[in-house]
Design a protein around this ligand. Structure first.
Ligand code: 5GP
Ligand code: MG
Ligand code: MG
Length: 197
């Protein structure tokens, strides 16, 4: 178990399982891309570890760059996506693959599509290591998905909770604490016992 700030997280997906999913995605993408030289674009901050491990598995010539978007506050996604670093090179005619750590509501992905609307790329493919199908609200196609997960907050392997947890080599899932469960079942401490909480 790991404690970050005020919350507890329990082990959820091992480093080995992540590695297998990444190997599978890299070989699928390499097969589909053929002889093109792709531009892999990571979405900072969360995807830095995905990109770093992915390009080592992609054993053909490729370019690597990043854009920086921010949507999350604490453990909740917001629709207000900030563009902190945009595209810095001309991508016309290029085969572009977006590398994401996780797709949740799809709000960040919508912003990615807005960014690419006026770029005359040859193709734009979306690859994500993690995907929460229950939370996804958009229609954009996800071309490569590593691991589907339930709609619960996770940390590790690049993903943070208020800045912490990115350096964990495996994935942890937020733990519904005994306190929170008791709160739902029995109300706040002291409720029904004639005491003040
Ligand atoms: P979306 O815009 O699809 O709702 O969320 C995309 C971004 O929010 C991800 O790239 C990631 O940075 C962050 N995010 C979404 N779900 C989680 C989660 O379970 N844990 C963490 N740490 N970040 C998440
Ligand atoms: Mg991300
Ligand atoms: Mg974050």
């Amino acid at each position: 178990m790991v404690k970050l700030h005020d919350k507890f997280f329990k082990p959820f997906i091992s480093a080995e399982e992540i590695d297998r999913a990444m190997t599978r995605m890299a070989s699928e993408i390499a097969k589909d891309i053929g002889d093109e030289i792709p531009v892999f674009i990571g979405i900072l901050n969360g995807s830095f570890m995905v990109v770093s491990d992915f390009v080592k598995k992609y054993q053909k010539p490729c370019e690597v760059t990043f854009i920086k978007l921010a949507s999350y506050e604490g453990v909740k996604s917001t629709e207000d996506i900030q563009r902190l670093i945009g595209l810095t090179q001309d991508l016309s005619g290029r085969t572009v693959v977006i590398l994401e750590d996780i797709i949740d509501t799809g709000n960040t992905l919508a912003e990615v599509h807005r960014i690419f609307k006026n770029e005359r790329v040859k193709s734009l493919k979306i690859a994500t290591l993690f995907y929460k199908p229950e939370a996804y609200k958009k229609d954009f196609k996800l071309h490569y998905v590593g691991i589907e997960i339930p709609n619960k907050f996770i940390v590790g392997y690049g993903l943070d909770y208020d800045g912490l947890g990115r350096n964990l080599p495996e994935i942890y899932q937020i733990k519904q604490t005994e306190y929170m469960t008791n709160l739902v079942l029995f109300g706040p401490p002291g409720a029904g016992k004639g005491t003040q909480a």
